[in-house]
Design a protein around this ligand. Structure first.
Ligand code: MN
Length: 406
């Protein structure tokens, strides 16, 4: 990645979000801001310009800290987070004009906060005279996202270590609920069993809203109500993962609420598992995500035919497999990164992490499989020669699952 030294990069922390009245959602830092600073406070900004880094943080304030806890403050933050300068966030908009003086372009993500956009665009506009008589027009503003995504798409050793732990604990949490799920339990109670195991083993937060979908609820791809009762004879689909220092796992398993799969459920499950396992065998550097997706589509189409489902058109499989094979994984569950570059497929490289999540869903169509939804999702780290399944501690075979359910 080539960076223009006269560019000025501006990044903001996430804002706190109100849940109800005086109560906030748990604070979750903006992923880019965390990636670039490691600072997990709200009310902060980072400016990179002229080869220097400037961090802006909340002031120390005992009257607020008594409610919300200790803050770093500018005096300490520079040393802790390794920036060249640290300032009070109160001074951000008064210091920005000076920082912009030698800049020829600005990287700032517009439309994240309209209030912030207006203040920054105003400062950019007002900087015209300060940039000298040869200046005409505003500094151009670019989205920093493509550049940051280019950095984030390949994980370094430290990041892989964090994701490996998130994946391992989450996989074992899934294995745990294979043992404790019961007929008559609510979907949210099962989510809590999973969360209990994760938290007991060191993952504090979900990486995304968990999906616990009994029976036909599994055919709603983003079912998050999780408020129904698990019934004997149904499958339950659980898509959930924990976060380790903001890096998340993303795992889905599907298993019988009772002791055994029905014949129809088992057929569907085994077809999906075959696809999942085939992808794990072939994922490696130098091939594209798209080619893996195409392989999955071909296998799913063959599977549907062998289940006796007519596929009159080329795209008919989409009714039963409406999503992609997977996505990149990292700080965001659907992590940043491109899948195509100038019309060409982007090729996998060592250090990239992607999910492998084929599924089959029988919704709204009268077949013998009506109401069955199965997804099997693992997290694959691309290595030098192939891939490593980071979530392999979760048993997948029908007989393993049935023996844990018995
Ligand atoms: Mn996923």
């Amino acid at each position: 990645m080539k960076l223009d030294s006269s560019a000025c990069f501006i990044f903001f922390s996430a804002d706190e979000l109100i849940r109800s009245n005086d109560s906030h959602f748990p604070f979750r830092q903006n992923s880019n801001f965390h990636y670039l600073t490691d600072l997990d406070e709200p009310g902060a900004a980072l400016v990179l310009v002229n080869g220097e880094s400037h961090l802006f943080v909340q002031d120390r304030d005992e009257s607020r800290e008594i409610w919300d806890g200790e803050r770093y403050g500018a005096d300490r933050a520079g040393g802790i987070f390794g920036t060249d300068e640290a300032h009070s966030f109160q001074e951000f908009f008064t210091k920005l004009p000076n920082l912009l003086k030698g800049a020829t372009k600005v990287y700032y993500q517009l439309a994240d906060s309209s209030d912030r956009d207006q203040r920054i665009l105003k400062i950019i506009h007002e900087s015209i005279p300060a940039r000298g008589k040869g200046t005409l027009g505003n500094l151009p503003v670019y989205d920093p996202m493509p550049l940051v995504a280019e950095l984030r798409i390949v994980k370094d050793i430290g990041e892989i270590k964090l994701i490996r732990k998130a994946c391992s604990i989450s996989a074992r949490a899934h294995a745990h609920i294979l043992k404790v799920a019961q007929v008559g339990m609510s979907e949210f109670e099962l989510a809590t069993e999973l969360q209990y195991f994760m938290q007991k083993n060191g993952l504090r937060e979900w990486g995304y809203t968990p999906i616990v979908a009994g029976g036909a609820n599994a055919t709603t791809l983003h079912y998050v109500r999780n408020n129904e009762v698990l019934k004997d004879g149904d499958l339950v689909l659980v898509d959930a993962g924990g976060e380790n220092e903001l890096y998340t796992a993303d795992i889905t398993q599907t298993f019988p609420v009772g002791k055994r799969f029905s014949e129809h459920q088992k057929k569907v499950y085994e077809k999906v598992l075959e696809v999942n396992q085939a992808i794990t065998r072939i994922a490696k550097p130098g091939i594209s995500y798209r080619s893996l997706h195409t392989e999955a589509v071909n296998m799913i189409s063959d599977a549907l035919k062998s289940l006796g489902i007519p596929l009159p058109e080329k795209e008919s499989y989409r009714r039963y497999f409406p999503h992609g094979l997977g996505h990149y994984l990292g700080l965001d569950v659907h992590d940043v990164g491109i899948y195509q570059e100038q019309g060409k497929d982007f090729l996998l490289k060592p250090g990239m992490i992607m999910t492998n999540e084929p599924g089959l869903y029988f919704r709204g169509i009268e077949t013998a499989y009506h109401g069955i939804g199965v997804r099997i999702e693992d997290d694959l780290l691309i290595t030098d020669s192939g891939c490593e399944n980071l979530t392999r501690e979760l048993p997948r075979a029908v007989d393993e699952i049935e023996s844990l359910r018995a």
